[in-house]
Ligand binder design. Structure first.
Ligand code: PEP
Ligand code: MN
Length: 336
C-alpha cells in the first residue's frame, strides 16, 4: 500500500500516522519528493482499513500495490534513482558505458584495454577476476591477483572498476572494488544478495539466464531491503529456443522495467548475443529504448582471449561503436 500525503502535512501528524502503521507491524518507507511525500507500507497491509487511512486529514490518496517488490517499485519512489560511483552518475539521463575484457588476463592486458576504452569514452572498466565457467577445465580467472590488476589499471587510468563476486567467502577482496557485479548465475543466490544488502557498495545485478522480470526485481528487492539502494540492473539476454545467438536480448525488458521500477538499467549486448557483429546494433537499440548505459566486452586480442573472444570487440571496433553511441545518446539528450 502506498499513502500519498498532502503537501504541507505537519511533521507531528506525519509521525503519529507512521506510528499508527507501525502498531500494525508494518514497516514504512518514506520518500520525500519535491511536491509530495509518499509513505510505502511494507508487510501484511490486509490488516489496514483503507477508509481509516483516507479519513486522516494529512492523507491525499491511498493506493494498494499488488506487486511483491516494494522498495524497487516506482509506485513507492516515482523519481528515477541516480546511482553515483566515484563521481560518475548512472540513471535519469546519465548514460554510462562500462567496458573491458571478459577476464582479466595480465596486468599489461588490463591496463592496455583500460587506456583504450577510457579514450573511447567508457567511464567504468570491467574485467572478471572470478569467472563463472560452464566447464571446470576452462580458465577460472586470476582471482585475487585479477582484482589487484584491476586496481593497478584504475591507478593508471582513474577508471572505477566493476568485477564479479561469486562467493561470500571472497567479500573482503572486494573492499576496493567500485561496483560489485552479481552475475546471471548468481541472481538468485539469496544469501549473497542479503549480504550485499548490508554493504554500501554499488551493485550491478545481472538478470538470470531463465528468470522473469518479476524475479529479477525481487532479487534487487533483496539487496534494497537489506539497506543498500545502490543497485544498477543489467539486462544481458535470456535463454530461449533460439540457438543462433548465445541468448536472446529481451530489449522490451528495458522500457518495461523503467516503467515499473525507479532503478537504472544497463544492457550487456555482448553476453546477450555471443557474436561480436551483433553487439553494435543491439547497443544502439538499447540507447534508443531508454537504457541508462551499456556493458560491453572489449579485448586487445579477441582471437587469443581466455574467455568470450567471439563476442569481444577490438579497441578499434569499440571506438567506432562509441562514436555512434555518443551521437544517438546525444539525440536523446543523455549525458555520457
Ligand atoms: C560476465 O559479465 O563476464 C558474465 C559472466 O556475465 P553473465 O553473468 O551475464 O553471464
Ligand atoms: Mn564474458
Amino acid at each position: 500500500m502506498v499513502v500519498i500525503l498532502k503537501q504541507d502535512a505537519p511533521k507531528q501528524q506525519v509521525d503519529e500516522l507512521l506510528q499508527w502503521f507501525n502498531s500494525y507491524g508494518l514497516k514504512t518507507n518514506i520518500v520525500v519528493g519535491e511536491h509530495t511525500t509518499i509513505v510505502g507500507l511494507i508487510g501484511d497491509t490486509s490488516v489496514v482499513n483503507i477508509d481509516n487511512v483516507v479519513a486522516n486529514e494529512i492523507v491525499e490518496t491511498v493506493k494498494r500495490v499488488q506487486e511483491p517488490y516494494k522498495n524497487v517499485n516506482r509506485k513507492f519512489h516515482p523519481d528515477d534513482s541516480v546511482i553515483e560511483v566515484e563521481g560518475e552518475k548512472i540513471g535519469h539521463g546519465n548514460f554510462k558505458v562500462i567496458a573491458g575484457p571478459c577476464s582479466v588476463e595480465s596486468e599489461e592486458q588490463i591496463i592496455e584495454v583500460a587506456k583504450r576504452v577510457k579514450a573511447a569514452g567508457a567511464k567504468f572498466l570491467r574485467g572478471g577476476a572470478f569467472k563463472p565457467r560452464t566447464s571446470p577445465y576452462s580458465f577460472q580467472g586470476l582471482r585475487a591477483d585479477g582484482i589487484e590488476m584491476l586496481l593497478e589499471a584504475k591507478k593508471e587510468t582513474g577508471l572505477p572498476i566493476v568485477t564479479e563476486i561469486m562467493s561470500l567467502q571472497h567479500l573482503d577482496l572486494f573492499n576496493d572494488v567500485d561496483i560489485i557485479q552479481v552475475g546471471a548465475r548468481n541472481m538468485q543466490n539469496f544469501e549473497l544478495l542479503k549480504e550485499l544488502g548490508h554493504s554500501k557498495k554499488a551493485i550491478l545485478l545481472k538478470r538470470g539466464l531463465a528468470n522473469t522480470i518479476e524475479e529479477f526485481l525481487m532479487s534487487a528487492e533483496y539487496i534494497y531491503a537489506g539497506g543498500n539502494s545502490n543497485i544498477i540492473l543489467c539486462e544481458r539476454g535470456i535463454r530461449t529456443f533460439e540457438t543462433m545467438t548465445r541468448n536472446t536480448l529481451d530489449i522490451s525488458a528495458v522500457p518495461l522495467i523503467k516503467k515499473i521500477s525507479h532503478l537504472p538499467i544497463v544492457v550487456d549486448p555482448s553476453h546477450a548475443t555471443g557474436i561480436v557483429s551483433l553487439v553494435e546494433p543491439l547497443a544502439l537499440a538499447s540507447v534508443a529504448c531508454g537504457a541508462d548505459g551499456l556493458m560491453i566486452e572489449v579485448h586487445n586480442n579477441p582471437k587469443m582471449a581466455l574467455s568470450d573472444g567471439a563476442q569481444s570487440m577490438t579497441p578499434d571496433g569499440f571506438d567506432e561503436t562509441m562514436n555512434k553511441v555518443k551521437q544517438l545518446a546525444g539525440f536523446y539528450n543523455m549525458t555520457l
